[in-house]
Design a protein around this ligand. Structure first.
Ligand code: WTA
Length: 663
């Protein structure tokens, strides 16, 4: 196998590109390059995506750009997202699996489209029973169990936007998000499995209710094992209700899907920005669903008779768009799994792929690097055959790409590297798998109808395909884009538009979306995304704000000041290093270090745990007192300090570097 790797590597450095297998091209959903021309007919091209859906009322106008940057899509149209993902498949494929779920403890459950229809109707009726009305935001804090998509779809059915908070987020993070969304219902579960342990999950909702600045009067509790609660979980009278009891009252309930305006909100998804406060990316119903259905079809090449497995968590945008809404809108079968990828053994991913004959596999570069570390013998022990593989969330190094291609794809599957963001709703830069050659490490061409560009720091467009690095921007709106930051239009303008737009103009063509990433547009027309340029880092594919981490650390009373720097990590991409100055009279100690780590776990969650906590005498600051994180980042990454002339005390970074080296 080592020889095969060497041969491939040689091939790679020779040509840099790999052709999609002809067998793939022959069966692909899109194999005619004319698609790009169709979508360049802006905005009408995007009707092709909207036409994949069933509308109650057809739209009057595809795009309304009259009030930038508050763009509207498919105005006048009406539809229901749940109907499109569930009901409309009942005629053609009632008995086909919508989800095949694997619990970590070995439990398996198949939900056919008809099962899903029943469960979603029961849950929708139950939500109404507890008083949820159209446009009420429902907060979900659920792990990877069927209850999660069922609850999301039930919300969509009655027109109540959901706000799913990733299950790994702490009670405080949950409270903060529920407060911002002004949500008075939390849906949780008693417990779930992770690495063989039955974790108590509901306690986070209990604490969140205490901490939230909004009156959360209802907590709906799913049971991981129906009929028995987690031994540590209990119910608070008058507030907590077992979902199973509500469902039992609604055994045969049918809830008419509410016809939603295309611009009505489908969901909120909180994400990290450059301030300490997460922002609620607000997504519309019609444009979003059209966009994710379209990209699921053309980019992921999903067909109804496929078995598709996206190993992301539904609690992040990838799971919303490409586990729930896109694949279900197309009526395919999805695999969904609870638990850790190394439990009960490191081959479990491939065992499941074999068991269900998965055709399309979707994961993150972090996961690929992890599989690579575990060794090729794990996938080699199972009999599976992917036609198509996706990566998402971070840049993928050519070595990891190559390993994925060889040992998971058997040199016989296409790989698409998809660049997008919580805010963009769906893929914006990625090759269409039958139309372009793969180039390891590059996301590739813009998606149909999408117009990315590179701007320099002065806001001047860099010549197209010049190979020069700069700020990645999107020059033209698209249907999947966020509507606004929930409750904060000003922040929406400031964070995404102000820097590169003419904000006084009411012509939408003068408005340019800032992605926050650095990228290169190479001579071959492919985009290579380099990573975040703002104070956001990517830890194992999870997006985290430095300010968010810093405010968590500041909760520790012995801390005078803290700054967080992203350290490059072979495995996780980035790991946060925390630089801390203790208060006067407080000694640096292991105990303090542990308190700091605990504070991050409490405020955000264990997945955000710092790599190093480094105690320093002073932090590098400009004369105006601004902390220069860039210098800390250079220290963390063993790089040259660079320009330190603007510092108040230029000796500070050298001193810190000395401390780091001694530590
Ligand atoms: C990064 C995840 C390189 C990028 C869907 C972006 C990527 C952030 C890629 C958004 C990719 C995502 N190549 N970098 N293919 N995909 N990113 O909101 O920095 O969790 O801005 O959305 O992830 O992260 P988010």
């Amino acid at each position: 196998m080592a020889d095969a790797d060497a041969a491939l590597e040689a091939r790679l450095s020779d040509q840099e590109y790999l052709r999609p297998p002809s067998a793939f091209v022959g069966q692909a959903n899109v194999s005619d390059p004319a698609i790009y021309d169709r979508f360049d007919d802006f905005p009408e091209g995007f009707e092709e995506y909207a036409d994949l859906l069933d509308w109650d009322t057809r739209w009057d106008e595809v795009f309304d750009g009259s009030d930038p940057p508050f763009f509207e899509w498919f105005t006048g149209g009406e539809l229901n997202a749940c109907y499109n993902c569930v009901d409309r498949h009942l005629h053609e494929r009632p008995n086909q699996a919508a989800f095949i779920w694997e619990g970590e403890d070995g439990t398996r459950r198949t939900l056919t489209y008809r099962d899903l229809y029943r469960e979603v109707n029961k849950m929708a009726a139950s939500l109404r029973d507890v008083g949820v009305q159209e446009d009420d935001v429902v907060t979900l804090h659920l792990p990877m169990v069927p209850a999660l998509p069922i609850t999301m779809l039930a919300c969509a059915r009655i027109g109540a936007p959901h706000s799913v908070v990733f299950g790994g987020f702490s009670a405080s993070a949950l409270a903060q998000r529920a407060t911002d969304a002004d949500s008075d219902v939390i849906v949780t579960i008693d417990g779930y499995y992770r690495r063989g342990e039955f974790l108590h999950h509901k306690e986070k909702a209990d604490t969140a209710v205490e901490e939230a600045d909004t009156d959360i009067d209802t907590v709906l509790v799913w049971e991981r094992h129906e009929g028995t609660l987690h031994p540590e979980a209990d119910l608070e009278e008058g507030r907590d209700i077992l979902v199973s009891e509500l469902l039992a009252n609604n055994e045969r309930a049918r809830v008419e899907p509410v016809s939603r305006d295309a611009e009505d909100t489908l969901f909120l998804m909180y994400t990290s920005g450059t301030t300490g406060k997460p922002k609620g990316a607000q997504h519309r119903t019609g444009g979003y669903l059209s966009y994710v259905a379209g990209t699921s079809k053309y980019v992921l090449d999903i067909k109804p008779n496929d078995t598709y497995w996206c190993a992301a968590d539904i609690g992040w945008i990838t799971g919303h768009s490409y586990i729930v809404y896109g694949p279900l809108a197309l009526g395919t079968t999805s695999v969904m799994r609870e638990g850790a990828p190394d439990h009960p053994h490191k081959g479990v991913t491939w065992e499941i792929a074999e068991r269900h004959d998965v055709d399309i596999f979707h994961t993150s570069p972090t996961a690929v690097r992890m599989y690579m570390k575990w060794g090729k013998e794990h996938p080699a022990s199972y009999d599976f055959n992917f036609r198509h593989m996706t990566t998402v969330g971070e840049p993928i190094q050519p070595e990891a790409w190559l390993w994925y291609y060889t040992h998971i794809g058997n040199e016989d599957a296409v790989i698409v590297d998809t660049w997008w963001q919580t805010e963009t709703g769906g893929h914006l830069i990625t090759n269409l798998p039958a139309l372009q050659d793969m180039k390891p490490g590059s996301a590739g061409r813009p998606c149909p109808g999408i117009q990315p560009a590179i701007y320099d720091n002065n806001g001047t467009p860099v010549e197209a395909a010049s190979g020069q690095a700069g700020n990645l921007v999107i020059e033209r709106p698209w249907p999947g884009m966020l509507q606004t930051v929930y409750g904060d239009d000003q922040r929406f303008i400031n964070e995404y538009w102000r820097r590169f737009s003419d904000v006084d103009s009411d012509d939408w063509r003068d408005w340019v979306y800032e992605a926050g990433d650095g990228a290169v547009h190479a001579q071959d027309g492919y985009f290579r995304v380099l990573g975040r340029l703002d104070d956001v880092m990517n830890v194992a594919g999870h997006r985290l704000g430095t300010m968010e981490l810093e405010s968590a650390v500041a909760q520790v009373s012995e801390v005078a000041e803290a700054a967080v720097a992203a350290r490059q990590d072979d495995q996780k991409g980035n790991v946060p290093d925390v630089y801390v100055t203790p208060r006067d009279g407080v000694a640096a100690s292991d105990e303090l270090r542990q308190d700091i780590v605990a504070a991050v776990e409490k405020e955000i969650g264990a997945f955000a745990r710092p790599g190093n906590v480094i105690f320093v005498g002073d932090l590098p600051k400009t004369r105006s007192g601004k902390i220069m994180r860039r210098l800390l980042e250079n220290i963390s990454n063993g790089k040259d300090l660079g320009d330190t002339t603007t510092l108040r005390d230029p000796s500070v970074p050298e001193e810190i570097r000395r401390q780091v080296q001694e530590a």
